[in-house]
Design a protein around this ligand. Structure first.
Ligand code: GP9
Ligand code: MN
Length: 620
């Protein structure tokens, strides 16, 4: 090996990096047959460009440079694999603004770390050890003299560069990021996203972005006399955002044991939407807070709490305040996480309660347990209710957070043996605990009278069990739960429940809805006018048709409408139509017009927000 390494470092390191890219391809792309030739064709040219540069410019420390490039590219492949395992996304430099949160989510990161992925660093450890062995030192030092002939390097360089351009240029307009990375090659894709400044895209003129234009794109008409208008007028609004709560939990029984009895009861005694979908992006929980409270879509890159917070956002807290309400939001983590302090100002909340208020009593993961969240919040809500001024309060639960390994003292159920030690089992048990805590909250509010004065809205913030994170045993357990393979549309399916004494009755709605629809639906129930407040969601108590653009957790250009989830290929024509699972009626394909309209809606939302006036910053 020594000989090969020292005489032919170009080939030696090429071989290593090809094997590493093959591992990434095996994990990420669903085309196992191509796992070896694709990396050869797609990754090697980029690697060779770097290696040629070393050959051109370095004499003395050549091996050291090869080792550094090897380390950097290995680190990149490793990050890509790990990130994909959690989010199903090819990570790019855009995720770097999340780095400061990596320590906070370190237990999530470690739970995803299959030891076998660490093998990707084996060669680096071995090479470093070899370099320090005494008898090798001299040999390493002399390597500078061994250069590839300049003519060969030049030919390889020009060929590699041409091949890279040949892979990047035809695929740059591709809609679906995973396809794009597969066609371009992962390294080319990384370089391309870094160099192509997508913010340059010209925004849609703000004069053109009207409610009428949005409604036309969505193909809806607002009824003159909507049902349930003002049915909850004068009530408080309490919105509970449940961490990682997916819809399959509703009515789930494991060997006869009900997992979420309180949510089930709430769903069956009230309005329950079972075809409701997440619309979050990189900002996860905080994006769900943003979408629900603004009725805008998440930005093309980054978290809304990073991208949009300089703006004075038209929002649900502002709408309630304008109608005489007090507003407050409650979460047991610190407010700096996800830059929420700024997000809350942009959304116009009157107050927030974070770790400073909840303390660190009974901590699970980032903050106090859901039991503490609900207990302390219910006291506050009681005070607010007694003040005579109606309120809008949002609660963000936290205990059922990835990796779902809640402490044993919080176990409220016994898992069937086959679920023990799996992420599916841990997830179910954490949600069972979250449901237990929610049950206490409901009981307290019913006992102290706040429940009777309030409209309650409950939904899940986002997926807890990404399809990409499951090993084969866990995929088997999901199959047992669903009675079929667990698929994309299941993954992003969350429940929405609306409950209010004298307002709701037992009823399950099966039209499609998404987080963006909460604001207009609630506004109608409260009897508030949305004239002059642009919203991309719709009142799902009055609109049978919906069109929900998706991004991030599914490739850009994905969308749900009718009975179908559509995921594009490079564009519409090579996309895939996935009938929503569990729908009996025949599904009609999503049309190209609907697809283009969904993309326009995303552009409209982003353009509108970017042209809003900046928020007034208080003088220092
Ligand atoms: C912590 C919470 C983390 O405050 O937002 O949840 P996540 O965004 O990772 O789902
Ligand atoms: Mn979350």
């Amino acid at each position: 090996m020594n000989q090969f390494l020292t005489k032919r470092p170009f080939l030696f390191f090429s071989l290593l990096l090809i094997l590493k890219s093959a591992l990434a391809y095996l994990v990420i792309f669903e085309t196992p047959a191509s796992w070896l030739w694709k990396p050869l064709l797609n990754e090697l040219p980029f690697i060779w460009i770097l290696f040629c540069l070393i050959e051109f410019f370095s004499a003395k420390r050549k091996i050291l440079l090869y080792m550094i490039v090897n380390l950097l590219l290995t680190g990149l492949f490793f990050a890509v694999i790990m990130y994909y395992q959690y989010y199903g996304v090819i990570v790019t430099y855009h995720a770097l603004d999340q780095v400061n949160q990596v320590t906070a989510v370190s237990n999530s990161v470690f739970s995803l770390l299959h030891p076998y992925y660490l093998l990707i660093f084996t060669d680096i450890v071995v090479l470093i050890l070899m370099a320090f062995r005494n008898r090798n030192r001299k040999m390493w030092r002399n390597l500078g003299s061994l250069r590839m002939p300049k003519s060969v390097t030049t030919v390889v360089f020009v060929l590699s560069l041409s091949l890279c351009l040949f892979q990047v240029l035809p695929n740059r307009a591709s809609m679906n990021e995973i396809k794009k990375a597969e066609e371009m090659g992962i390294l080319n894709y990384e370089a391309f996203t870094l160099l192509a400044d997508e913010k340059k895209e010209k925004p849609v003129d703000k004069e053109a972005i009207t409610q009428q234009a949005v409604n036309e794109l969505k193909g809806i008409n607002e009824p003159a006399d909507p049902q349930f208008h003002g049915a909850a007028a004068g009530k408080n609004l309490i919105i509970i955002q449940m961490e990682s709560f997916q819809n399959f939990l509703i009515d789930l029984k494991l060997d006869g044991q009900e997992v979420t009895p309180n949510m089930n009861k709430l769903a069956h005694e009230n309005f329950y939407f079972n075809k409701f979908y997440q619309q979050v992006g990189q900002g996860n929980t905080s994006d769900a807070e943003f979408v629900v409270n603004s009725s805008f879509y998440v930005p093309p890159h980054g978290a809304a709490s990073g991208e949009y917070v300089d703006k004075e956002l038209p929002s649900q807290p502002r709408l309630f305040e304008a109608n005489g309400y007090d507003t407050a939001t409650f979460h047991t983590n610190i407010v700096e996480f996800w830059n929420r302090g700024e997000l809350y100002k942009a959304l116009g909340w009157n107050r927030y309660y974070d770790q400073q208020f909840f303390g660190d009593e009974d901590k699970i993961f980032f903050g106090s347990s859901d039991e503490v969240l609900y207990r302390k919040t219910s006291e506050k809500l009681k005070e607010m209710d007694d003040s005579g001024k109606p309120f809008y309060a949002q609660l963000i639960s936290l205990s059922a957070h990835h990796p779902f390994t809640i402490p044993e003292r919080k176990y409220k159920m016994t898992l069937p043996e086959r679920y023990e030690g799996t992420m599916v089992g841990d997830y179910v048990r954490a949600q069972n605990y979250a449901d237990y805590a929610l049950g206490q909250f409901i009981d307290t509010l019913k006992a102290n009278g706040v429940w009777q004065n309030s409209l309650i809205v409950v939904y899940g913030d986002h997926v807890g069990l990404p399809k990409f994170s499951l090993d084969s045993k866990e995929a088997g357990l999901m199959k047992e739960i669903y009675g079929r393979d667990y698929d994309y549309s299941d993954m992003i399916n969350i429940p929405l429940i609306i409950a209010g004494d004298g307002v709701t009755s037992p009823r399950t709605f099966d039209q499609v809805g998404g987080q963006v629809d909460v604001l207009p639906t609630v506004a109608n129930l409260m009897g508030f006018s949305l004239d002059g407040q642009l919203h991309f969601g719709e009142d799902i108590l009055n609109q049978p048709y919906n069109l929900l653009p998706q991004r991030y957790y599914l490739p850009s250009g994905s969308m749900i409408s009718g009975e179908v989830l559509f995921i594009p290929g490079n564009d519409y024509d090579d996309g895939t139509q996935y009938p929503l699972k569990g729908t009996d009626s025949g599904s009609t394909d999503i049309t190209e017009d609907e697809y283009r309209n969904a993309l326009d809606l995303l552009r409209y939302s982003d353009s509108y927000i970017r042209q809003l006036p900046d928020r007034e910053q208080p003088a220092e």
